[in-house]
Write a protein that binds this ligand. Structure first.
Ligand code: PMP
Length: 419
């Protein structure tokens, strides 16, 4: 018998913290929506780098300009210097994303990852208001650094870091009470009652769709009501679009169709378009109260990411055709998952756009289905507090044929696990 290709990772288990527990294959190549392992197996990707690969793997439209840029001896790393790559990205972001949506934001480069964007937003909200408390939601996920973790809802991830589990900063997300409680009346009352023990918050941070928290998708009118409440009470609304943004829900920003403008928006994951680390914090101009150097970092705003980010915007966001395609595929995905869910009592379809999945009443089912799907060549993850949600997040560029193939695998895998 030959040793499995992953043997080295297994033997390093005692030394290596980072190894993949659910997909025991050594991946070597990738193209579009497919990864290939060293032993020649092909895997259809319903994971998309946890949302960092909205335009697929090694997308040639982005790869070629990146390779040209490198071969021409252009600037790779430059800290805060002006570079042509940075200028061209900012121009494209303004022309193709902000202006057409009538959005007026200052663009900040907070660091390389999503959690850096959240940290910058939290710090700024506290500085701008002079208040410290931040409210966030049940099952929220905002990142792993201390500030982001403090507003994250997952107690397993917070416990070890010693972040209190009983502070007052988590409030119920949309539909938490299954419609039994008037959405914001209780919060309004608490905010007005200075003796209630809830300090007036500097900010409320929210995801339109809770990607890690179980694909809970807030209703657009709930988000709008939250925004109105923040306006009324002079509380800064931070919209964390790290996972749901960059087209994932069918529009570039997940809040576009809800009729409000967040004060601060966090973007990362797919903003570089190519899987390169990049993050943005979009700030209402009058809130930009950082002194120069007050929030810095060595790898903020990387030129290679600027190159691919600009080309991604030009390729996919110059008109509405890509957005329409994504929405059509989202409908196909939802229909496919609904057909599967309808066969199993208590299973429900969750999410929005190409960030949609199935929650199973037996919390262990989703993980077993993901394992069975892997055996059939499909990479798919679970999410939610008990990993009870089978979470599909294919590249937005996936073909309808690949999408149908992936759904068929899920159907088969679900039947293999649940009968
Ligand atoms: N916010 C949200 C909504 C996320 O989904 C994530 C990552 N899953 C983060 C923040 C943190 O991003 P990163 O892992 O790049 O730090």
């Amino acid at each position: 018998t030959t040793e499995p290709a992953t043997a080295i990772f297994d033997s390093l288990e005692s030394q290596v913290r980072s190894y993949c527990r659910s997909w025991p294959a050594v991946m070597t190549h990738s193209q579009g929506s497919t990864l290939t392992s060293e032993d020649g197996r092909e895997f259809l990707d319903f994971f998309a780098g946890a949302g960092a690969l909205n335009y697929g793997h090694n997308n040639p439209a982005l790869l070629d300009p990146l390779l040209d840029y490198l071969r021409e001896g252009r600037i790779v790393h430059s800290l805060d210097m002006h570079t042509s790559a940075k200028r061209d990205f900012l121009q494209a972001f303004s022309d193709l994303i902000l202006e057409p949506r009538d959005l007026d934001y200052k663009v900040m480069f907070p660091g390389p990852t999503g959690t850096n964007s959240v940290e910058a937003a939290l710090k700024l909200a506290r500085k701008a208001t002079g208040r410290q408390h931040v409210l966030s939601f049940t099952n929220a996920f905002h990142g792993m650094t201390l500030g982001s973790l403090a507003v994250t809802g997952n107690s397993m991830k917070r416990r070890g870091a010693g972040i209190p589990l009983t502070n007052s900063s988590k409030i119920p997300y949309d539909d938490y009470f299954n419609g039994a409680v008037d959405d914001f009346m209780w919060l309004e009352r608490v905010l007005q009652d200075s003796g209630s023990g809830v300090d007036k918050p500097a900010a409320i941070i929210v995801e339109s769709v809770q990607g890690e928290g179980g694909l809970n998708a807030a209703r657009l009118e709930w988000l709008k009501a939250l925004s109105d409440l923040c306006r009324e009470h002079d509380i800064i609304l931070i919209l964390d679009d790290v996972q749901a943004g960059c087209g994932r829900t069918g529009t570039f920003f997940s809040f576009e169709e809800a009729g409000f403008t967040p004060d601060i928006v966090c973007l990362s994951k797919s903003i570089s378009g190519f899987g390169l680390p990049m993050a943005l914090t979009l700030i209402r101009p009058d809130l930009d109260q950082f002194e120069p150097g007050e929030h810095n970092g060595t790898f903020r705003g990387h030129n290679l990411a600027f190159v691919t980010a600009r080309v991604a915007l030009e390729t996919y966001w110059a008109d509405e055709s890509f957005q329409n395609e994504v929405q059509a595929k989202a409908d196909e995905l939802r229909a496919g998952l609904t057909t599967i869910a309808e066969r199993y009592e208590g299973a429900t379809v969750r999410g929005r756009g190409l960030l949609t999945g199935i929650a199973f009443p037996d919390a262990s089912a989703a993980g077993k289905i993901a394992t069975a799907a892997y055996e059939c060549g499909l990479l798919v993850e679970t999410s939610g507090p008990e990993d009870e949600v089978l979470k599909t997040m294919p590249p937005l560029t996936i073909s309808s044929e690949e999408l149908a193939r992936g759904i068929a695998v899920l159907e088969e895998a679900t039947a293999a696990v649940l009968g």
